[in-house]
Ligand binder design. Sequence first.
Ligand SMILES: Cc1ncc(COP(=O)(O)O)c(C=O)c1O
Length: 399
Amino acid sequence: MSLLNVLAGELDQMTTAGTLKRELALKSPQGPVVNVEGKGEVVMLTSNNYLGLANHPAIVEAAEKAERDFGYGLASVRFICGTQTIHRDLEARIAKFFGTEDAILYGSCWNANEGLFQTVTTENDAIVSDELNHASIIDGIRLAKAKKERFRNRDINDFRRALEAVRGSRNILVMTDGVFSMEGSLAPLPEMVKISQEHGAFLVVDDSHGTGVLGRTGRGTAEELGVFGKIDAYTSTLGKALGGSHGGFTTGPRVLVDYLRQKSRPYLFSNTLPPAVVMGSLAAFDLLDSDPSFVTRLRENTAHFRRELTARGIQVREGISPIVPIIIGDTAKAISMSKELLDRGIYVSGFGFPVVPQGQARLRCQISAAHTREHLDRAIGAIVEVAEKFGVTAAAVNR
Ligand SMILES: Cc1ncc(COP(=O)(O)O)c(C=O)c1O
């Protein structure tokens, strides 16, 4: 069979099983309400636009100004002729925000993770990683020659076991998501900081879903859990709360950043971030730092959504993150429910295997500071109706 026949066969199987992912086209900017081609206006309940900055006028204006002052693109990687003053400004701003010494920009957080482990470890080192870490971490670790040890999700005893298993390695790098993107749960950072220190391990947190979202000032999962300043380094994204465009970074000790600038392959061999994204991201930090109401509104909206949904008999994974998964079980059912919700004006994605473990398909709701109570209540009403229609009661999903 030819390669294309094999691929077509698999696609057919996915279509038959009802698990084929289909992309809906938006005819509007990203926001709390979007215009979906063929459907019209719907409440967006499935984006990472946590602070509602994806179409914020101050950010759009900053991006337009960047194009006027700094052009459209750099046609280069950073070390050849792709560094503008604004790239340095954004790196300094990120470091200030995280209380770290320096930061390095990448084309995405995927690239930041891909460019970390293989660069800073050798076969004499070890990487200890949570089993539910993001795909970019899993793939990034695969590229490294270091010993690899996984521990069960957020399980401190198993974390200790994994550290013991690699005792004797020259250096140990510990890696965890701050917020697990399919669960909305937080890494047990206070315990991880303590145990990593006991083992002399270097703790890195990918806070893509925590940055701008958690903690009193949006500084992320570590601020939320009282260990801000105690994490050795972070990777994170500019593509979610911080304007939702593109780009990622690693931030931590200067020597780490200096080393990555010399050796990290996705940084060395991939184009520099465009000026519009850089100045848009700087504007996002300005908004976040000057107006605490973005973070407080997000927190209040999340609490309202979680509380009301639970009161109406829908079991959600407990927590404080604006990622609110409703476990359905069967992938085809989750996807059908998502379609039904769209027909009722609510856009929420269904996720199945292999994005989440087999049998744990879910609807993943995500809340934004830009949602009004009316948006959220409309979404809650529709979810309750669709759950009843599909026989998804609290008891059925409470596993
Ligand atoms: C935990 C985590 N890390 C990394 C990424 C990748 O971020 P980016 O879109 O900037 O590549 C994501 C995005 O889904 C994520 O959830």
